[in-house]
Design a protein around this ligand. Structure first.
Ligand SMILES: CC(C)(COP(=O)(O)OP(=O)(O)OC[C@H]1O[C@@H](n2cnc3c(N)ncnc32)[C@H](O)[C@@H]1OP(=O)(O)O)[C@@H](O)C(=O)NCCC(=O)NCCS
Length: 201
């Protein structure tokens, strides 16, 4: 375990930036906007984030904020630089410390779909977690009908690894699920990351 702690440089939800986005810690001022996003039941049916009321969202937000002391927690608020508005969430819902791996979940508000924002956020989170934290492997799962999520993972250089029948539980119940993953070695080979891996891996 001590050896692992020397390799892994977990530093929690640090602030990250891309061309159009800021990935940062949530703050209590985000409550109203977050509640608008998670109240879109149709959009949230493909996730397992479940918020039944404003009070529920408030409790969940307070939990996220109080967990930031834990350097193994990665829950980023996605903010658009153009208007500093909260547009979504990207997080590691599971972190397997001893396997040096973690699993992503993400969603953004409906008005922001189709602009490449989640791909941009995911690529930056992958870069940070694999190259700065030194994790080895990152995964993400989506239900078979969620073509948008599939495209995001492909565009971020993640690769199909699994198909599990009735293997994924979301707010829509059990569905067939697909699992994608990226490992640190992929960054060396994938042109998508050629600007960032030079000298880093
Ligand atoms: C899925 C989601 C995260 C995608 O985020 P996004 O910022 O819109 O994604 P991007 O713009 O980076 O890329 C979306 C890609 O999917 C494609 N796409 C979206 N819906 C599609 C559909 N029904 N059929 C085919 N392609 C689709 C887009 O055309 C785009 O691909 P392209 O760049 O090749 O044209 C977003 O729609 C969302 O938050 N949905 C609700 C929550 C959710 O499903 N989360 C994922 C849980 S696994």
């Amino acid at each position: 375990m001590e050896k692992l702690n020397n390799i892994l440089k977990h530093n929690g939800t640090v602030r990250l930036e891309t061309d159009r986005l800021i990935l940062r810690k949530f703050e209590i001022k985000d409550l109203d906007e977050l509640n608008i996003i998670v109240s879109d039941k149709e959009a949230m049916k493909n996730t397992d984030w479940n918020s039944k009321s404003f009070e529920d969202t408030k409790t969940q937000l307070n939990t996220i904020i109080s967990n930031y002391d834990d350097k193994l927690k990665y829950v980023w608020a996605i903010e658009a630089k153009e208007d500093n508005k909260l547009i979504g969430v990207i997080e590691l819902i599971d972190l397997y410390h001893e396997n040096m791996s973690g699993e992503f979940e993400y969603f953004i508000r409906r008005e922001s779909w189709g602009k490449g924002y989640v791909t941009e956020a995911l690529k930056e989170a992958i870069r940070y977690l694999l190259l700065e934290v030194n994790m080895l492997r990152l995964t993400a799962y989506f239900i078979d009908s969620n073509i948008g999520s599939k495209r995001v993972l492909e565009k971020a250089g993640m690769k199909l690894e699994s198909h599990s029948r009735a293997g994924l539980y979301t707010n829509n119940g059990f569905s067939d699920g697909y699992g994608y993953a990226i490992i640190r070695d992929d960054l060396i080979k994938d042109d998508l990351y050629k600007d960032i891996y030079v000298g880093s891996v």
